[in-house]
Design a protein around this ligand. Structure first.
Ligand SMILES: NC(=O)c1ccc[n+]([C@@H]2O[C@H](COP(=O)([O-])OP(=O)(O)OC[C@H]3O[C@@H](n4cnc5c(N)ncnc54)[C@H](O)[C@@H]3O)[C@@H](O)[C@H]2O)c1
Length: 124
């Protein structure tokens, strides 16, 4: 199997933690893209560049539409998890989503039905 390519949505506290873990502790993966609307205000752009992640955007759809990305890590604010995950699954990407998926059980059920339909992996 080749290198699993990961795109990270949300580069705050937990997004950075996952990126460091992926780079330092997980063999066979590469973080190839990242998105966060606060990239420039938060200093995340520089933080990512220090880790050689330069394919970055303020629009999470750029990660999802990136054909190189196999897996989307959803590490953005809780209120965005369902929408970001849904777009990623719709695009045929596997998803690792930070907890919680959402506070609305019906939205979660609809998302998980889409996961089944698309046959992708979805980990929380
Ligand atoms: N599993 C755990 O132990 C654990 C621990 C901490 C946080 N979390 C979860 O992780 C999520 C993030 O928490 P945090 O502490 O990193 O918060 P944070 O505020 O430090 O980071 C969230 C980041 O998401 C970005 N963001 C907001 N909207 C976005 C969008 N549309 N697209 C891309 N990025 C967007 C923000 O700009 C911010 O940089 C929360 O849902 C939280 O519940 C889980």
């Amino acid at each position: 199997m080749g290198i699993l390519k990961i795109g990270v949505v949300g580069c705050g506290r937990i997004g950075k933690l996952h990126i460091n873990n992926l780079i330092n502790s997980v063999p066979g993966v590469q973080v190839v893209a990242a998105a966060d609307p606060m990239l420039d205000k938060s200093g995340a752009r520089e933080w990512l560049a220090e880790r050689k992640i330069t394919n970055v955007s303020t629009d999470f759809m750029d990660v999802i539409n990136n054909p190189e990305v196999d897996v989307v890590f959803v590490c953005s604010s809780t209120d965005t998890h369902c929408d970001v995950s849904r777009a990623a699954v719709q695009a045929g990407k596997h998803v690792f989503c930070e907890k919680p998926i959402d506070y609305d059980i019906d939205k979660i059920k609809k998302l998980l039905a889409l996961v089944e339909e698309k046959g992708v992996k979805f980990q929380v």
